[in-house]
Design a binder for this molecule. Structure first.
Ligand code: EPU
Length: 417
């Protein structure tokens, strides 16, 4: 799939933000942990959600997705595990299916998850936790064979060497249904992890944040069904906010957002010199002056999110002074630099920092290596002189609902072919 996008002299209009991709993916997998019905509201219609629904069906979950209503019904029938390697490899979040099946003490065969491959993305913390909870995992012919062992120790503590969203959630899954307590040290407490904890506690789990460094999980016998509203996607919101900053001029309203999750993004945008008016669940951005260069450390929440680093890099090419970014979470998330350079952008990476000089971008053919690199290419297209073509554009649909429609509402001329 290709996108063609023309330079936009000014952006004007409003965008309504959808439900959070990464919260939805983790929450859908919770359907494996209960025999009762799980009803989700505000589920975004994006290809990653469709793919996870397919994988859940492959393990015996009945999934009904009313796309227009953004409503999903999930109910476990009988776990019958027939995971297709080609599907597992499509999406990163297939590791949540591993965690939930381990929680249910199943033997199964799967493979390494795929998805956005912007950097080395190991799952060693996940596998170590599964082994510690009493599983033998054998790797053979690119498959992973999960075999439960007898007599595994129940009372366990886990320490994560790095804060990991996926590993924290998977350790929660494998601990909620035990008959003892578990402690996770150095967990990720990103808003998406907090959503999963809120949902599971609503399903009658007993998960407590003891302090910013410790989660305690007291095992329960069973989890109940529930109805749950997925929160708004802070990364989608941040993407459109940053697009409004990069544009030559803009007057944009972003609706259906939860402002506390966006504090550092708002602060960064103010540092760039764009004015922001805050409402209860909306923001209004107005760009009339050229941007100032910034220095920004990208780190775990509440710092500026790694998922917006690539898009922020493009924004910084439009500043009148040099910017320096450093991404602590994924220092090698750099697929976008080549694309910015193709468009005449002066960017380079040196000793885990990204240096960005003021640049006049020109339209050319770009390649969306991964989801966020794809949105970064859209931002290049909106500011570069001429008509930009973006190849491999389907990866952008993994995480952005109604992409072309939302961009057109801001006055961007865009076509998907
Ligand atoms: N890490 C390891 N070993 C592991 C797990 C993580 O070394 O077993 C390292 C990673 O290499 C990385 C750091 O720990 O340096 C944090 O990675 P994390 O595990 O938090 O990433 P993830 O759970 O695989 C989720 C999101 C990503 C987002 C990251 C960081 C989902 C499905 N994915 O990935 O979202 O970038 O957390 O916030 O929730 C995206 O939406 O574009 C996206 C890539």
């Amino acid at each position: 799939m290709k996108i063609e996008i023309a330079e936009a002299t000014s952006l004007k209009g409003k965008v309504t933000i959808s439900g959070s991709k990464n919260a939805t993916l983790a929450i859908m997998a919770c359907s494996i942990l209960t025999d009762e019905l799980l009803i989700l509201n505000n589920v975004p219609n994006i290809s990653d959600v469709q793919m996870l629904a397919k994988l859940l069906r492959e393990v015996g979950i009945d999934v009904v997705y009313l796309e227009k209503k953004h409503k999903m019904y999930l109910r476990k029938k009988k776990l019958k595990i027939r995971l297709q390697a080609s599907d597992v490899k499509q999406i990163r979040a297939s590791y949540y299916i591993m965690g939930a099946l381990v929680a249910m003490r199943k033997n199964f065969k799967t493979c390494y998850p795929g998805g956005c491959d912007f950097a080395k993305r190991p799952i060693d913390y996940h596998l170590e936790a599964f082994r510690k909870t009493g599983y033998k995992i054998i790797e053979k012919n690119n498959f992973l064979f999960f075999k439960k062992q007898r007599g595994h120790s129940q009372n366990q503590n886990f320490y994560l060497a790095r804060k990991s969203v996926g590993a924290t959630i998977n350790i929660i899954y494998i601990s909620v249904l035990k008959n003892t307590s578990t402690i996770i040290k150095n967990p990720s407490l990103e808003p998406e992890v907090m959503q999963v904890i809120t949902l599971l506690n609503q399903m009658k789990a007993k998960i407590t944040i003891l302090d910013q460094d410790t989660i305690e999980i007291k095992g329960v016998k069973k989890l109940l069904g529930t109805i749950f509203d997925i929160m708004s996607d802070r990364i989608e919101a941040g993407s459109y906010m940053l697009l409004a900053c990069a544009a030559h001029q803009s007057e944009v309203r972003i609706e259906n957002i939860y402002l506390p999750h966006l504090r550092e993004v708002i602060q960064t945008i103010k540092e760039l010199g764009v004015s922001i008016k805050e409402g209860k669940n909306y923001l209004e951005l107005k760009k009339t002056f050229p941007l100032k260069g910034i220095e920004k450390e990208i780190a775990h929440y509440p710092f500026f999110p790694t998922d917006l680093q690539q898009i922020l890099t493009v924004v910084c090419t439009q500043a009148i002074t040099t910017s320096i970014l450093s991404d602590e979470v994924y220092p090698n998330r750099l697929s976008h630099l080549l694309e910015i350079q193709k468009a005449n952008g002066k960017v380079k990476s040196f000793k885990k920092k990204i240096y960005i000089e003021p640049s006049n971008l020109f339209a050319t053919t770009l390649y969306a290596h991964d989801l966020r690199c794809g949105f970064a290419c859209i931002v290049i297209g909106a500011v570069a002189k001429g008509i930009t073509t973006i190849e491999n554009a389907e990866v952008i649909l993994r995480g952005y609902e109604e992409l072309t429609n939302k961009l057109q509402k801001l006055g961007i001329r865009i076509k998907m072919k």
